[in-house]
Design a protein around this ligand. Structure first.
Ligand SMILES: Cc1cc2nc3c(=O)[nH]c(=O)nc-3n(C[C@H](O)[C@H](O)[C@H](O)COP(=O)(O)OP(=O)(O)OC[C@H]3O[C@@H](n4cnc5c(N)ncnc54)[C@H](O)[C@@H]3O)c2cc1C
Length: 276
């Protein structure tokens, strides 16, 4: 849609060109959300594309994803062969209510900064133990663990004008085994529940990440794969009924039910290997 409150679009070549942040400014990434709804309080868009950050960089430490990397670019990523968890990238890129037109424009950073429960770039980067690099306007860059970034539905730790610069996925997390479960009320619809379990190489541990069902991501770590009752008790102890997210994509009670159902499937899969 046309945003008729916008009077200026800035195209900086460096983020440092933007100082004196004020109300009315907004970073523009792919614009898929920004242009989908009136932005009454915004008069200036600051286009991140002109910063020309390299989308994806592989090193022995892991994968560096620029916030401006599009979901389509990430979907096409060819990973080193020993990163066993990389099929998760595709699965999460396809876990959005998005046509190819949207996924060619929507960015990984935009999805994370929107901080919606169904933000599957959040699910991916939390499950793979990501660390976000944030650039505040008037302070030094800071790193935040992906699990600590989203604080609620459409809420996160960013301060005004603070920019998400990049996401680091460590090589050891990318090398893990994984199990993935997702449910959506409609085919290709927004996720009602998205759970990912990972297990380190030569280990019996389980890292369970619960997203979409809850307003913010939840993560549970077990030193060894628990028995079914221990898993249920731990989820119950850490996630209260009020943490489940109620919306048109499913009631809180329904999402709670699916969380336990899929958590048990993930537990069994990582304990006994994938189903034949
Ligand atoms: C048809 C359709 C389907 C969608 N389906 C889903 C879905 O299933 N799940 C879901 O989670 N979302 C969904 N969305 C919402 C949204 O489009 C996506 O979350 C998308 O990934 C946003 O990315 P973008 O690059 O287009 O962000 P933009 O629209 O450009 O920006 C979104 C917000 O994030 C801020 N922002 C962007 N990048 C940064 C950055 N690097 N640092 C700081 N702030 C930043 C912007 O200022 C803005 O407030 C959908 C949208 C549409 C139109």
């Amino acid at each position: 849609m046309n945003l008729n409150t916008i009077t200026e679009i800035k195209r900086p070549s460096s983020a440092n060109d933007i100082y004196g942040w004020r109300e009315g400014y907004a970073w523009l990434a792919g614009g898929t959300w920004l242009f989908s709804t009136p932005q009454i309080g915004t008069d200036t868009l600051i286009d991140l594309e002109s910063l020309r950050w390299p989308a994806l960089q592989v090193s022995s430490d892991g994968l560096e994803i620029a916030a401006t990397c599009t979901i389509a670019e990430l979907d096409r990523f060819k990973a080193p062969a020993d990163w066993a968890a990389t099929p998760l990238i595709r699965l999460c890129c396809h876990s959005l209510l998005m046509s190819f037109k949207i996924s060619n424009a929507a960015t990984v950073g935009g999805n994370i900064c929107m901080s919606l429960p169904a933000g599957s770039m959040i699910s991916l980067t939390v499950a793979l133990e990501g660390v976000y690099t944030l650039w505040p306007r008037d302070a030094k860059p800071r790193n935040v663990a992906a699990i600590d970034f989203v604080t609620g539905n459409h809420a996160n730790v960013l301060s005004p004008g603070e920019l998400l610069r990049s996401i680091h996925l460590p090589a050891n997390a990318l090398s893990k085994r994984f199990a993935f479960r997702r449910f959506s009320l409609t085919h290709l619809g927004r996720s009602a529940v998205l759970l990912i379990g990972t297990q380190a190489v030569h280990s019996e541990d389980l890292l369970l990440t619960i997203t979409a069902a809850t307003a913010r991501p939840m993560q549970l770590h077990f030193d060894r794969v628990p028995v079914a009752t221990e898993l249920r008790d731990t989820i119950q102890a850490h996630i209260s009924d009020a943490d489940y997210f109620n919306d048109v994509h499913g009631s809180a009670a329904y999402k709670r039910h699916l969380t336990y159902y899929y958590a048990e499937q993930i537990r069994a899969e990582l304990q006994h290997g994938p189903p034949a």
